[in-house]
Design a protein around this ligand. Structure first.
Ligand SMILES: [Cu+2]
Length: 201
């Protein structure tokens, strides 16, 4: 859950200064804007000396516009954009290769998945036609990950905090089968390959 909040807050935090820094320096000055007499300014003038006071504040206030060199603007903008892309990759992409579930002597493919903010490993590769044991070890107390759903297998698993809960499946057909938390925010994927597929990517 915290990672999702970060995923939203970080681009905003980065984008705001970038947007401010990269505003064109040729916007009309406050004096020009006042000369156009929008309705609000006319109202101020009607109420006596306030308009003069407003203009004085706008000219001497701490928010006077300063022109930044173009190079600096580009540097800040591209730096911000780079951070946004890096952060998107980290939270959304980061498609690490699938982890192959270990095959035990009895032919059961077993793997432990740690549930802590996300599923680790997030992508699990298994072979079709052999039973699979997915042991979910939940560390994250957030209620977000209290359940894990395998829609293609029509299975829902409750995960008590601090415990390891095992789900057994028998994937018959090769394919990609997503699994996710109850709200579909935290996700993983079971990748089922042909029985005789070579190990690794
Ligand atoms: Cu959730």
């Amino acid at each position: 859950m915290i990672t999702i909040l970060l995923a939203v807050a970080l681009p905003v935090a980065v984008a705001l200064p970038v947007a401010m820094a990269s505003e064109p320096a040729s916007l009309p000055s406050s004096r020009q804007l006042l000369a156009q007499k929008p309705i609000a300014v006319e109202r101020f003038e009607a109420s006596g000396t306030q308009a003069a006071g407003m203009e004085a504040v706008m000219q001497t206030g701490p928010w006077r516009r300063t022109a930044q060199p173009l190079g600096l603007q580009l540097l800040v903008a591209s730096g911000g954009l780079g951070l946004i892309l890096l952060e998107l990759w980290w939270f959304l992409g980061a498609s690490k290769p699938a982890t192959l579930a270990a095959s035990r002597g009895d032919g059961i493919q077993q793997i432990t998945i740690t549930v802590d903010g996300g599923y680790e490993p997030r992508r699990i590769r298994v072979r079709a036609g052999q039973p699979v044991r997915l042991a979910f070890h939940r560390l994250d107390p957030s209620s977000c990950v209290a359940q894990v759903l395998f829609p293609d297998f029509q299975r829902v698993l409750d995960l008590p905090v601090g415990d390891t809960t095992v789900l057994e499946l028998l994937p018959e057909k090769p394919g990609r089968y997503p699994f996710h938390c109850g709200m579909n925010m935290v996700r993983g994927e079971l990748e089922v390959v042909e029985r005789d597929a070579p190990p690794g990517e």
